[in-house]
Design a protein. Structure first.
Length: 276
């Protein structure tokens, strides 16, 4: 029996409350008259999120100068331009609390892949004329569905690429849905922007969409960039093959991908050294 939408939403809300808060934050940030106090009040509703926002605002990633200990000071330091990134990273930390037995993946591996993919997606989005913040968030949260499927499994274990080269096909057969579809359902429920949810929905094979899905193509190429420096996840290799159609849709070149890989690696090294 396929995993029901109700089960997906129940597991998602229990797993990463910060992700739901982030969805509301995106709405606030889209309103021109929102002020920092409104953002502070939203974040303060989640004590765990408050703690992590303050802690991560003291990292070198956000230009640490002197230590701060309050949420108001943390939000002021980070500012409108970066608060979405900080909350998204915190949501990811909530997700990456346990290993995924279904996929034989450690929590650390999920974190590493997400950070590398997000960094690459942000760089590529700028080249493609897409909103970098949304691309970064899509890269961070795209694997959320794997965590949900792991929690819903009944002894099922992905046998590996030798037997099932595409983990998405194995998920469809085993659960009646895929991790990308599960992630999309959660992001829609949490009212993330359509551009972001559609990017996640189509990123495994962005060229099959009836309409050109540039965001999905950017995320697909970003996943391939993460794989270039050994941070891919099992069962996805075949989806990240670069071809002229993908490069044209995303409006990037092979040289752009190489530069993107270098910048994504630098971001990944910095973040993993300071934020985990």
């Amino acid at each position: 029996m396929p995993l029901s939408r109700e089960t997906i939403l129940t597991l998602g809300n229990k797993l990463a409350p910060a992700a739901a808060t982030f969805g509301r934050l995106r709405t606030l940030l889209a309103e021109p008259d929102t002020d920092l106090e409104e953002i502070v009040q939203l974040i303060r509703l989640d004590p765990a999120l408050t703690f992590h926002v303050v802690r991560m605002s003291n990292s070198v990633l956000f230009g640490m100068r002197s230590r701060i200990d309050t949420l108001d000071a943390a939000v002021s330091r980070v500012g409108f331009g970066e608060i979405h990134r900080l909350v998204a990273l915190t949501a990811l930390q909530q997700v990456c609390q346990r290993d995924l037995g279904v996929y034989r993946l450690t929590a650390q591996r999920i974190w590493e892949n997400a950070v590398a993919t997000a960094a690459a997606a942000e760089v590529l989005a700028k080249r493609a004329g897409r909103e970098p913040g949304l691309a970064y968030t899509a890269g961070l949260l795209r694997t959320l569905g794997r965590v949900i499927l792991d929690g819903a499994a009944r002894g099922d274990i992905y046998p590996g690429e030798a037997e099932w080269p595409s983990v998405a096909e194995w998920e469809q057969k085993t659960f009646g849905t895929t991790a990308a579809e599960v992630t999309t359902a959660l992001l829609e429920h949490w009212r993330f922007p359509a551009e972001l949810t559609e990017s996640v929905r189509g990123h495994v094979d962005p060229l099959t969409e009836a309409d050109s899905n540039v965001g999905a193509c950017v995320l697909n190429l970003a996943c391939g960039v993460a794989a270039r420096f050994g941070l891919d996840l099992p069962g996805e290799t075949s989806h990240w093959i670069v071809n002229p159609a993908k490069l044209t849709l995303a409006d990037v070149t092979e040289e752009d991908l190489e530069e993107c890989a270098a910048r994504a690696r630098a971001h990944y090294v910095l973040l993993c050294a300071t934020a985990v």
